[in-house]
Design a protein around this ligand. Structure first.
Ligand code: ADP
Ligand code: MG
Length: 255
């Protein structure tokens, strides 16, 4: 049995979506059955996996408002073995529409429980805020993976994120664990990247993945073609690093 991994950090632009897409695709490449869930109204994971977010009929929004079943919300992607619950801008209104609904923290979890046995891994791309959608991701998930961008303000907001994870674990999902931290946009040549890594190691008591995702232009280009990095440029440093990360994550025996 694999696990459900929420990829979260309330900061925007740290590599959540890039990691969600390429981790999911790399795990699928290993022959696992993977489901990707796009929980960001920006729908960047949806379009990055070759699905037209403006044409999709059933998204995670319809699913959460009980306007479709989970099976109706799941669709194939360009990647073999990787399926997707898409998202688009409609989801931006979900927070308001869920007001007053009973157990609104568990809506996604209740739906995912029906199908989780069909998949080895489920990867959830979270929005850049600690809102009800992120809480739904954390009640559904077994673990939270936090991408940290190697830049000056990397640690800003991290204590708030950890606090949120702890609160969800105490009050809503006692099974929730930290998957750990993965560094993104790493540049070996800069002192700053190395300082950020050292700083996080000193300040965070959590697993830090050995694989660091380098800054790699191919990773930034791939989404505009609607394919993950292993299909866009299979030999690139970006593709190799996400493959390595996937192996590390799938190979964990302690979770
Ligand atoms: P988030 O989902 O946290 O907002 P994204 O994954 O969308 O972050 O990344 C923000 C921007 O940085 C995007 O334009 C993306 O293509 C680019 N990017 C992400 N990771 C890398 C990387 N390792 N190398 C180069 N560009 C990257
Ligand atoms: Mg994103």
């Amino acid at each position: 049995m694999g696990r459900i991994i929420a990829i979260a950090n309330q900061k925007g632009g740290v590599g959540k979506t890039t990691t969600s897409i390429n981790l999911a695709a790399s795990i699928a490449e290993m022959g696992k059955r993977v489901l990707a869930i796009d929980l960001d109204p920006q729908g960047n994971m949806t379009s990055g996996l070759g699905v037209d977010k403006n044409e999709v009929e059933n998204t995670v929004y319809e699913l959460m408002l009980d306007e479709c079943s989970i099976n109706e919300s799941i669709q194939d992607t360009v990647v073999k073995g990787l399926r997707l619950i898409p998202s688009n801008v409609n989801l931006a209104g979900a927070e308001i529409e869920l007001l007053g609904i009973n157990d609104k923290e568990y809506i996604l979890k209740t739906a995912v429980d029906y199908i989780r046995d069909d998949y080895d891994f489920i990867v959830i791309d979270c929005p850049p805020s600690l809102n009800m959608l992120t809480v739904n991701a954390m009640t559904t998930a077994d673990t939270v993976l936090v991408p940290i961008q190697c830049e000056y303000y990397a640690l800003e907001g991290l204590s708030q994120l950890i606090h949120t994870i702890n609160l969800v674990q105490e009050r809503l999902n006692p099974n929730l664990q930290m998957e750990g931290v993965v560094f993104t946009m790493y540049d070996v040549r800069t002192k700053l990247s190395n300082q950020v890594v050292e700083n996080v190691k000193e300040n965070l008591d959590t697993k830090i993945y050995e694989t660091m995702i380098p800054r790699n232009i191919r990773l930034a280009e791939a989404p505009s073609y609607g394919i993950p990095i292993n299909m866009y440029d299979s030999k690139s440093a970006g593709a190799e690093s996400y493959r390595k990360l996937a192996k590390e994550i799938v190979g964990r025996k302690d979770l």
